[in-house]
Design a binder for this molecule. Structure first.
Ligand code: NDP
Length: 330
């Protein structure tokens, strides 16, 4: 039996990608064979599909760091054919054939049970970006951040991680200030629950300062670089900011003063290599008390033929909200 996979290859003219027929023997070894119903589009997928060797060392390759589907075969006692599952992170879609194929084969210790309340499509509206937003909010709350203590800033607010962070924080009762390079998307951000808007320049104005007026209780940063440098001096005493991305840069310039004089915390967020049990906990939470009413409205479902265009859009920072891929739609 063959299935279709989006194969990205290096050619003399540059990277080339197309949907090709594959067989199970071409998949890597692993205990669990999964029929992929939906995947999603994240910035890392766009990097992998564009030939970025920091993400994917060897081509031809099938990207896709997210999978939601049903088990076809299992050599592990933990799973049986028919089980509803999700896989995200670890090496999936990086150097292991990923979710832009109608089947994947992975180690059993990468596989999460998909709660009944989380259909495959909905799970992929969240996807790695959404789970990372959830992990970021969870980290802030574990660090004492509370809705009544002041506004929370979200950078890259229209992006995958950012848009879910805006919606989730708003649902939890926070006053959310969205930082976006897309002023034309203010209505979209308002619908997600943002209560105010800041330009990137508003934040960059305090970059390089040791301390500035403490305006924000916390921040979910999704872009890295200078925006983190600009945010740190503006966080209120005992506040915190999370950092998960590097789309705007990998270097942060900061004085130690906000940390030692205001007790500010800088919290790293990793969704890729964290223990499976922590991934399962987040999956269960988004299927239950953290369900988002706006999730469908902020997600664009795409078919196989639309994938290349959406990957290009996300690579250039022009994506808005979440994109999920229906593997069975041509
Ligand atoms: P998206 O491309 O969906 O969103 C990124 C957003 O960042 C853009 O939509 C844009 O939003 C903003 N942006 C783009 N370029 C710049 C720039 N030069 N300066 C400032 N802002 C910019 O990406 P994702 O949401 O999928 O991922 C965001 C980041 O998080 C990536 O770096 C990704 O690798 C990382 N990530 C990390 C994870 C982890 O486990 N640590 C997991 C998932 C993602 P706007 O126009 O609204 O400003």
């Amino acid at each position: 039996m063959t299935f279709l996979a989006y194969r990205v290859a290096e050619t003399e003219q540059g990277m080339a990608a197309s949907w090709q027929e594959q067989t199970v023997d071409q998949l890597p070894e692993g205990e669990v064979l999964i029929a992929v119903e939906y995947s999603s589009i994240n910035y890392k997928d766009a990097l992998s599909a564009s030939g970025n060797k920091g993400v994917t060392r060897e081509y031809p390759h099938t990207p896709g760091i997210d999978v939601a589907g049903t088990v076809l075969e299992s050599a592990s006692d933990d799973f049986a054919a028919g089980d509803a599952v999700v896989v995200f992170g670890y090496d999936l879609g990086m150097n292991t054939a990923g979710g832009y194929g109608q089947q994947v084969r992975v180690p059993a210790n990468w596989v999460l049970r998909r709660p009944t309340a989380l259909p495959a499509a909905q799970a992929m509206s969240w996807g790695t970006a959404g789970f990372t937003a959830a992990l970021s909010v969870q980290k802030l709350e574990r660090n004492g951040i509370k809705p009544e203590n002041g506004p929370v800033v979200v950078t890259g607010a229209t992006g995958g991680v950012g848009s879910v962070a805006v919606a989730l924080l708003a649902k939890l009762g926070y006053d959310v200030l969205a930082v976006s390079g897309k002023p034309e998307q203010q209505d979209f951000l308002k619908q997600l629950g943002a209560t105010g808007f800041l330009s990137r320049d508003d934040i960059l104005a305090t970059k390089g300062k040791a301390m500035a007026k403490p305006l924000y209780q916390a921040a979910v940063d999704t872009v890295g670089g200078d925006l983190v440098s600009g945010l740190i001096p503006q966080i209120k005493p005992e506040g915190a900011l999370t950092t998960c991305g590097m789309i705007a840069g990998i270097k942060v310039e900061a004085s130690v003063f906000p940390f030692i004089l205001r007790g500010v915390s800088l919290l790293g967020v990793d969704s890729v290599e964290i223990p499976l049990v922590d991934k399962q906990q987040v999956l269960d939470k988004v299927a239950d008390q953290w369900q988002l009413a706006q999730l469908e409205q902020m997600t664009t479902e795409i078919s196989r033929s639309q994938l290349a265009d959406v990957l290009a859009k996300v690579l250039s920072g022009q994506g808005v909200g979440r994109y999920r891929l229906n593997l069975n739609a041509e």
